[in-house]
Design a protein around this ligand. Structure first.
Ligand code: WTA
Length: 650
């Protein structure tokens, strides 16, 4: 931990309060404290009821929760199939013609996919995977744009018990290769390319570069989307549309053990190596089905849900694929960027599909704010009745703007705190119950135990502290793929018997939680987790760089921005752009530093440790206070002078 909780005290409370309207309460699935009371009375019984009501099981469990800290198993002995729960059961219930996805491509092309069409496609693709040698327990990598085939591929894996590992399409070939290697995936599913800001971005060529760096991939399946030229390697590469043509449309869902690995999803930790977070079947599905239903007050007959996340992140897994589909939801899925062809694209999509629930990230909201209120004002957004926020703390200004200009002052906002590791939402309002305050995620959901603690692990009931989770929950990660020591070390060693989330938070007088961001070396840039060490290693891997220190500095739009301090090898010179591109090459464009400062030396303690805190103070223009522990204080003075002078690149 490199940061204390200074600064937390300085946060002024936001005093405005927003109860849900009487009309919202009257129609809400939950409008009183009953769920909270039920969960508080008996944690396991509460979750057991959710599992029974929201999920179909082939065989019942013998034990609700096996808790052997830090490992939990849920619905032990139970059997189910996630793909059956997301597809077959709705079709069997006569809902086959219900729309699962209204998909909108960036260029304006559209597709409507019903539940029965999705089921057919998934069965076929499950057979394709089998024909390519994929078996239960194998890993399959997915590197796709935001197209329905992404959901098809994930559900097909779930159908046959293979674990998927989805890698965000914005990651570089190197990052993809690292993840394939760590998971030892057999098959890679990608596309020729996808649309982004009016152009096709290539994926297949990146995938080819990645596969060269790996030894486990036997087959690559390529969805045609961008129409760009690609090289197909005979025997290894297969066009999705061709291989699907001959696949049988029948692939019965095989009952899986409740603890069967469902997916790996890599996320940044405090070292350079991303962690493969493990999620399993029964508990995860229960958790996401429950949270989707109640946090979004979901009514399958009337709601049109739109989550703007990419399937490459956990939000896309839990609230585009598994949670909504398990609930039989109708969704909007959009391929591209929010400012193509105009800066009102999102609002035009809401109007077009009459979306009722909209779930996005604070960084996006701040960007829409910059684009101006005239953009949403061009469209009829009256279909919206509820809105959500996820990924980082939402500042009260953004909350209010969202409330007024998107929600028309009438929609409750659910600010949802959770993590890749938690699988699903943990801290959030229940929209028909909770009086919200702009900027607060309010309180733990029924069935979630969260507590703030101080440095020594003592419970904090008011003021600032570290966020910990005190009880096992069904969607919790089951570990880190291939590195269970790191699992213990990262989450369970800082405070005994508690899960340490890595976030700081504050409790106000009324017991509301205010999330304040990471307290470790993980940055949050536009809602994406990137570790300082990862970016440092990428920089240092450039031949001209001797040493690098990276910090996340506050940024009005992206939450945090990546600022790098770089020392070059003797006599060498390199352009800032070259290094930024090098980072994009190593990790992906999302990890490009916003600004790079070249410096002959980095500020270090006398024991040689780089003082990142101090660099962050410099980057954020704060007074430095005492620098006497520095080996050479002149280094910092010089950096400070330049921070004032250097314009940052957008
Ligand atoms: C941050 C995204 C404040 C937090 C679902 C967490 C939030 C990290 C919120 C997880 C929120 C997410 N308020 N902070 N509502 N939601 N975070 O794994 O720092 O990509 O630890 O999961 O995002 O990011 P991840």
């Amino acid at each position: 931990m490199n940061e204390d909780l200074n600064g937390i005290e300085a946060l002024a409370y936001e005093l405005r309060k927003f109860p849900p309207s009487l009309e919202f309460v009257a129609n809400a699935l939950v409008s009183d404290e009953s769920l909270y009371d039920e969960a508080a009375a008996n944690h396991e019984k509460f979750w057991e009821r959710q599992a029974r009501e929201l999920v179909d099981w082939n065989e019942p469990w013998t034990k609700v929760c096996e808790w052997d800290l830090p490992y939990s198993e849920w619905f032990v002995g139970g059997k189910l199939n996630v793909s059956f729960n997301c597809l077959d059961r709705h079709v069997l219930a006569g809902k086959g013609n219900k729309v699962a996805f209204f998909w909108e491509g960036e260029p304006g092309d559209t597709r409507v996919v019903t539940y029965s069409e999705l089921l057919d496609e998934v069965q076929k693709f499950a057979n394709v995977l089998k024909s390519l040698g994929v078996e239960k327990g194998d890993r399959v990598n997915i590197y796709l744009p935001m197209i329905p085939e992404a959901a098809v591929a994930m559900l097909a894996c779930a159908r046959i018990g293979a674990a998927h590992s989805v890698v965000f399409g914005g990651f570089s070939s190197q990052a993809l290769a690292d993840r394939i290697n760590d998971a030892e995936a057999k098959v890679l599913i990608t596309a020729d390319g996808g649309w982004r800001r009016g152009e096709v971005f290539p994926l297949k060529s990146q995938a080819d570069d990645a596969v060269k760096l790996t030894s486990t991939i036997e087959h690559v399946v390529v969805v045609k989307r961008g129409g760009n030229d690609v090289e197909m390697q005979e025997g290894r590469d297969h066009w999705y549309h061709e291989i699907m043509e001959t696949a049988s449309a029948v692939c019965p869902a095989e009952p899986m053990d409740s603890e069967q690995l469902l997916f790996l999803l890599y996320t940044s930790g405090t070292t350079g190596k991303p962690k493969g977070i493990m999620h399993t079947t029964g508990g995860y599905l229960t958790h996401v089905a429950y949270t989707f239903k109640y946090v979004f007050d979901h009514k399958p007959e009337t709601d049109i849900f739109w989550c703007t996340a990419d399937v490459g992140w956990v939000t896309g897994h839990s609230y585009i694929v598994y949670g909504p589909l398990a609930n039989g939801a109708t969704q909007v899925m959009y391929e591209g960027v929010p400012n193509f062809p105009g800066t009102d694209r999102m609002w035009s999509i809401i109007e077009k599909y009459r979306a009722t629930i909209f779930y996005t990230a604070p960084t996006a909201i701040r960007t829409y704010m910059k684009w101006g209120t005239q953009e949403p004002a061009k469209h009829d957004l009256s279909s919206l009745r509820l809105m959500g926020s996820v990924g980082e703390p939402i500042n009260p200004e953004a909350w209010m703007w969202y409330h007024e200009h998107i929600g028309g002052g009438k929609c409750p906002i659910v600010d949802t705190w959770w993590q890749t590791e938690t699988g699903g939402i943990m801290i959030a309002p229940l929209p028909g119950v909770t009086v919200t305050k702009p900027g607060s995620a309010t309180r733990p959901l029924p069935g979630v135990g969260a507590e703030l603690v101080d440095e020594l692990g003592r419970s904090v009931t008011k003021g600032g502290g570290y966020l910990t989770l005190t009880k096992p929950w069904p969607g919790m990660l089951r570990g880190i793929w291939g590195d269970q020591n790191r699992y213990r070390e990262t989450y369970w060693s800082r405070f005994s018997d508690r899960y340490f989330a890595g976030d700081g938070a504050k409790l106000d007088d009324e017991g509301y939680l205010w999330l304040l961001g990471r307290v470790d070396d993980v940055m949050n840039v536009s809602g994406h987790r990137i570790s300082t060490t990862e970016v440092e290693s990428a920089l240092v891997s450039h031949p001209s760089v001797a040493e690098a220190a990276v910090v996340g500095a506050s940024d009005a739009t992206t939450g945090q921005a990546i600022i790098a301090y770089v020392t070059l090898r003797g006599g060498l010179e390199v352009d800032e752009k070259v290094l930024r591109d090098h980072v994009a090459q190593e990790i992906g464009a999302i990890a490009k530093p916003k600004t790079i400062y070249f410096t002959p030396d980095l500020p270090k303690t006398r024991s040689g440790k780089i003082m990142r805190r101090l660099l962050r103070d410099v980057a954020e223009g704060r007074n430095l206070g005492d620098t006497t522990t520095l080996a050479d204080a002149s280094v910092v003075n010089e950096l400070q002078r330049r921070a004032v002078e250097t314009p940052t690149e957008d």
